[in-house]
Design a protein around this ligand. Sequence first.
Ligand code: NAD
Ligand code: UDX
Length: 463
Amino acid sequence: MKITKICCIGAGYVGGPTMAVIAQKCPHIQVTVVDLNEQRIKDWNDPNTDNLPIYEPGLSEVVAEARGRNLFFSTNVEQAIDQAEVIFISVNTPTKTYGKGKGMAADLKYIELCARQIAKVAKSNKIVVEKSTLPVRTAEAIKSILDNTGNGVQFQILSNPEFLAEGTAVTDLLNPDRILIGGDSTPEGNDAINALVDVYANWVSKDKILTTNVWSSELSKLTANAFLAQRISSINAMSELCEKTGADVNEVARAIGMDSRIGSKFLKASVGFGGSCFQKDILNLVYIAKSYGLNEVADYWEQVIIMNDYQKRRFSNKIVQTLYNTVADKKITFLGWAFKKDTNDTRESAAIYVANDLINEQAKISVYDPKVSKNKILSDLDYLDTRKPSENADAVLTFESPYQACEGAHAIAILTEWDEFIKYDWQKIYDSMQKPAFVFDGRNILNAKELNKIGFIYNAIGS
Ligand code: NAD
Ligand code: UDX
């Protein structure tokens, strides 16, 4: 089977960049990305590709090349489903905020809506691809909905999880470590798997395209995120021990990372991991393990989250303690709000939780982030529901210039590792601050010696 038309439901951080790269690399395939969110689709269609709803290095060039040629963004979900042979589901699967599994399980209501809509519209056989990260065995539920509410056409369900990281989405998509495709081992299942393999084979070598059964594929995605996050919690746990013992966590990470069995990546101690995936997916894994009665398995993985929450709290506590046990009415400047550099995404960013703790201590927070708007910062805080929105608005100021943000501050906290922070004129910043001038580097990116020489009291993580 040759694929000529793809539809992707969900034009978010995964659907948008993934489909843009498929369209760029497969000019013979028409790719239509649909979303219910009209503003998002309008932004994807903005003639100026600098205004796309998602900031990712290199993305605007890919979109500029393919959009209007074989890449389309639309709100006409039904038409796109009807025309496509393959439908990717790339909608959000957040942690449930209500009912059974609240705070742990993945909320699959958007997935079910997609399945019902596909079933209603489809008048010819379709391959439905799970691109969203889903609990293991979700394909069973999708298949049941499709088969019981459809028009008698055949559906093949594939699992094809996405491993891109934000901030490097385009390079990750162009040069993936692997592509994973899970499907049924029936002849029809194999045909569907091969059809999708052929799409990726346009730019990914075949030895990097793995095919498995559906359940292995679904569970591999949760497992990959759990392992990655576990490394960060492990090194963050060591960071506190380093602070107590005179060891330096950067040196420890380097020393262990050179062991080829351990490897050097994902060993950077930090204020705590954020992002839309790690916490959500581990909580989901914990929930699944518990639902099978595997309590030891659940407790083991839950500890990764407990450690991460502790690391964020430990950072805000350290600021308060170091500033003579009070930050009331003190100006604390945050450099960075995004959960990592090179993205405008703030979901689960450590900055939100650290700010929340400090506002509880009546601090005044000033924020500079090169890509995050004031509205986003305030809505992130409002979402925690700790206090009234008007109180958050009173406690937080945002600035267009980092130097203005730092003027008169008692302390600066680095929450995101944006490259530009390293290059600032730190002498100029020091001169404009209250004394003693403190820096709390939650990303270990600044040069301790240089900052101490200027006169700062510099605090890093894990040393
Ligand atoms: P997102 O919130 O950025 O985008 C999801 C989009 O789906 C939204 O624009 C929403 O309006 C749309 N949507 C929801 N229901 C819809 C429906 N019924 N019809 C049409 N559109 C609908 O989410 P995301 O970050 O792109 O994540 C999507 C999935 O991919 C999640 O399961 C996530 O776990 C997974 N994932 C995310 C990343 C990442 O880095 N963000 C990486 C790998 C996997
Ligand atoms: C993650 C996975 O890496 C990706 O494969 C998956 O598809 C989605 O989830 P993402 O959340 O976009 O990607 O970014 P990632 O680079 O994994 O960083 C997540 C968080 O961990 C960030 O807050 C980052 O700053 C933090 N981090 C990462 C560390 O604190 N230390 C590290 O060594 C690496």
